[in-house]
Design a binder for this molecule. Structure first.
Ligand code: LLP
Length: 430
């Protein structure tokens, strides 16, 4: 890999010097290349436009849910999917058009459903019988009609980490197909005067590298609807398109996934003599993952001769839990000189009190010294989104870069922020 640099040999993001960003905003710092985000959003849309099929590209906000990213998605006129009251609140506060939101989740509360209906969320993706009942009551009481999709667990296993694989039959998500629960849900929903059942949804997993699962999923959703004697308006095949974290990952270009889904559904529409259904996809990782990186400052090191060299940085599992949780691999570069020759192999560890607190399991780096800036690449999805205050470390700031300019879109958390909800304990004062 060669990395973008400026005349000082520093790593750049969309033309901006990462060393300057680290100096200006401090580290750890999550940095996003908004030009690349827009490019990916447009690329997804273009595939469907070229194929001339009705479509919705819906950004899966869970990958990185902040006001700023919902604003970029709105500017690019793509939809977004939320999975909690908190994500919905963020999108609303970002002035995201709620009609372009969908709401997923396996245990949406009554309050969350009311919030969604009251705020005009375009589509609720109903996951289970309780939700169907609650939504029926809420919409009847408010005398509104709510568009819904039914989420199906399709019984398709995708080749990915078990924790992020969702399509297999043994899953907490969606109505089970094999046991007839999905058909039962359909029978209830289709009769409900306040629910407008538009179609079916199934998501098979995340970080997937081949098209077969998506093809099977699209075909299964179409076949399922047909077997119920029903012509759906929408087929939503979820997200899950794999990205490159390291050389081990060989992602397909985004058009191959979408093209495969389009091809299958065109065939099904012809076979069943349907009007072409709207094809919805929900990419999260592929939109924000490659566009994000995290800058850290190098601190202490521990060299164990013959065993391993540990290089510690000022962040870790609190801003990126993925290596610890999924054994995820990343690539890191010395931001001062990313294209310099490697001299040693190190494990990049964080500052958290836990042995599993690793950011990069194994990386070849040039010589480094305390104070150098390291960038861990492709951290844009499920990095900041899964950040925590473990060990009471504040969460990083987030900066968006576009056209040579940069702006903080999430302030760095302070110690004060972290204790702002804490209360002094008084019951013991006797
Ligand atoms: N739609 C639904 C219904 C989903 O459950 C997901 C991800 C997506 C779309 C977006 O999938 P993507 O395009 O981002 O792969 N925390 C894990 C990933 C969990 C994904 C959960 N669902 C990770 O860090 O790898």
């Amino acid at each position: 890999m060669t990395y973008p640099i400026n005349e000082k040999q520093h790593l750049t993001v969309d033309g901006v010097d990462t060393i300057e960003l680290a100096k200006t905003y401090g580290t750890p710092l999550a940095v996003y290349d908004v030009t690349l985000i827009r490019k990916t959003m447009r690329a997804f849309k273009r595939i469907f436009e070229q194929e001339n099929v009705p479509y919705v590209v819906s950004y899966a906000g869970k990958a990185f849910a902040t006001k700023a990213i919902y604003q970029v998605a709105a500017q690019e006129n793509i939809h977004a999917d939320v999975v909690s009251g908190g994500e919905l609140y963020t999108a609303i506060k970002a002035d995201f058009p709620t009609q372009h939101l969908s709401f997923n989740g396996n245990n949406k509360s009554y309050d969350e459903l009311v919030m969604a209906v009251e705020n005009g969320v375009g589509t609720i993706i109903v996951d289970n019988f309780l939700e169907l009942q609650l939504l029926s009551e809420i919409t009847a009481e408010k005398n509104v009609i709510q568009d819904i999709l039914l989420r199906i667990s399709p019984g398709i296993s995708a080749h990915t980490h078990e924790f992020i694989s969702t399509g297999q039959q043994d899953s907490k998500f969606g109505f089970d197909l094999q046991t007839g629960q999905a058909k039962q849900a359909y029978d209830i929903a289709i009769k409900d005067n306040h629910l407008h059942l538009r179609g079916l949804h199934a998501h098979i997993g995340s970080q997937i590298f081949d098209v077969t699962g998506f093809e099977k999923n699209a075909a299964l959703l179409a076949d399922t609807a047909y077997s119920w004697g029903w012509q759906p308006e929408v087929i939503n095949t979820g997200g899950g398109f794999g990205i490159r974290y390291t050389d081990e990952d060989q992602p397909l270009p985004e058009n191959e996934f979408a093209d495969a889904i389009i091809r299958v559904l065109k065939e099904k529409a012809t076979q069943y003599d349907w009007a072409m259904p709207e094809i919805w996809i929900e990419p999260g990782r592929s939109i924000v993952g490659p566009a994000g990186q995290t800058l850290y400052t190098v601190g202490s090191r521990k060299d164990i001769p013959g065993i391993r060299n540990y290089l510690a940085v000022d962040g870790g599992m609190g801003d990126n839990i993925r290596p610890a949780l999924y054994q995820a691999n990343y690539e890191a570069v010395l931001a001062n000189q990313p294209n310099a020759k490697s001299e040693e192999i190190v494990r990049i560890a964080g500052k958290y009190c836990e042995s599993g607190d690793v950011l990069v399991w194994q990386e070849e780096l040039p010589a480094t010294k305390p104070g150098d800036i390291l960038s861990v690449l492709a951290t844009g999805a499920y990095g900041y989104a899964m950040a925590s205050n473990y060990n009471r470390n504040p969460r990083p700031a987030v900066v968006f870069v576009e056209n040579g300019q940069h702006q903080v879109v999430v302030e760095r958390e302070t110690f004060e922020h972290m204790i702002s909800l804490d209360q002094d304990y008084t019951l013991g004062d006797k």
